[in-house]
Design a protein around this ligand. Structure first.
Ligand SMILES: Cc1ncc(COP(=O)(O)O)c(C=O)c1O
Length: 376
């Protein structure tokens, strides 16, 4: 039987927002986790130069794999061998690749709820079973080692995401170490989705590579490197799984776009410029944190990383999908409902993505303030 997977509702609101925009209305897009900044000029130049020289055919850049592997020792003091880095067309195929490589159909995979919509849906789509761990403000909406210890039988795998989508919250370094230890003891394979790891506003986020060499690590150029449409990412695979993962990658996906790989190499020379964007996100985050509680958003997750604010809005609605659509129609500000991230409690929550400009956040707040205030 083909498994049923649920739609991605943010796409529905995104489509409505684009229709409004085409009709000439000034829409502010805070529904997708998509940076509005353009990649650095050096990245664009590298892509242009490759276009002029003739784009390579199927290609896996050894230079890019080495740069990625090197970034683990530079940022986390951990060792990753370049041959254990598999280049993918973004974090999404990297996640599928990790799941297909590590688990059999029927495997039970634990994950936090709320969590990134595709974690649950891809696990289901691959004939595996999500084991959702309900998480709330008490643990920063993150799963913990003791939650995993309480599962009987132990799951086959666990997906971690720190910083997380939709909450932006981080698993504290000590807790991550405990999770790594517990997973070793109980033979639970870890997939760590580290796509937001370079986007933090306080303590840097820990990588699972600091605590174990047995985890699959998923990452991409879509967020920190502001290249979501270039479809480039990677998965670090444990040595024992390398051959199988390479076979899956080449049969299912071949290689990521060669143009994007060339641009990806250039982006490693642009970290100063990319780090400056974190300053923009930091100010956006501050503006929202100062205003949203007074507008009635409560129980906000600690947005220590990524570029999201997720909070409770059930004093306004019993279905945040309707609230988001109404907000879009009345103010032109597009946001995401929590239902994508949490099928049980998500109708009480909504998410703002602040990967836009400071002017856009200021304008969005100007528009939504009277709207929410009138409903209080
Ligand atoms: C936690 C998480 N993982 C993976 C992805 C998918 O990223 P990519 O564009 O690299 O496929 C996203 C996108 O929003 C995400 O939030």
């Amino acid at each position: 039987m083909r498994p049923e997977i649920r739609p991605f509702h943010a796409m529905t609101i995104g489509a409505a927002a684009f229709r409004m925009q085409e009709a000439g209305e000034p829409v502010i897009h805070m529904e997708y986790g998509q940076p509005s900044a353009r990649p650095p000029e050096a990245v664009m130049d590298a892509a242009r130069a490759m276009l002029d020289d003739g784009v390579k055919g199927y290609w896996e850049s050894d230079e890019l794999k080495s740069l990625i592997a090197g970034s683990y020792s530079e940022l986390h003091g951990s060792t990753v061998a370049p041959e254990n880095v598999i280049l993918t067309c973004g974090a999404s195929p990297a996640l599928s690749l990790a799941l297909m490589t590590a688990f059999d159909p029927g495997a039970r995979i634990a994950m936090a709820r709320p969590g990134y919509v595709a974690h649950r849906n891809v696990v289901t789509g691959l004939h595996m079973h999500p084991v959702e761990l309900p998480c709330d403000a008490a643990t920063g909406f993150q799963l913990t080692a003791s939650m995993l210890a309480g599962l009987d039988p132990a799951p086959d795998g666990v997906i971690l995401a720190s910083p997380a989508n939709p909450t932006g919250s981080i698993i504290p370094r000590m807790e991550m170490e405990k999770i790594a230890d517990l997973c070793r003891e109980r033979n639970i394979r870890i997939i760590s989705d580290e796509i937001y790891i370079r986007l933090t506003y306080g303590e840097p986020a820990a990588s699972i590579s600091e605590f174990t060499g047995d985890a699959f690590i998923v990452n991409s150029f879509s967020k920190y490197y502001v290249m979501p449409g270039w479809r480039l990412g990677w998965v670090v695979v444990p040595e024992e799984h390398r051959e199988r993962a390479v076979a899956y990658m080449s049969n299912f996906f071949l290689t990521p776009p060669s143009l994007s790989q060339e641009a990806g190499i250039a982006s490693f020379r642009c970290t100063e410029e990319l780090d400056a964007l974190i300053g923009v996100y930091r100010r956006n985050r501050q503006m929202l944190l100062e205003k949203l509680p007074a507008l009635g958003m409560t129980e906000m997750a600690p947005p220590d990383g990524a570029f999201y604010i997720y909070g409770r809005v059930d004093q306004f609605t019993d279905d945040s999908r309707d609230l988001c659509l109404e907000l879009l129609k009345d103010t032109g500000v597009a946001t995401a409902s929590g239902v994508d991230f949490d099928p049980v409690e998500g109708h009480r929550f909504m998410r703002f993505s602040f990967a836009v400009t400071e002017q856009e956040v200021a304008q969005a707040l100007e528009r939504i303030t009277p709207w929410f205030t009138s409903k209080l």
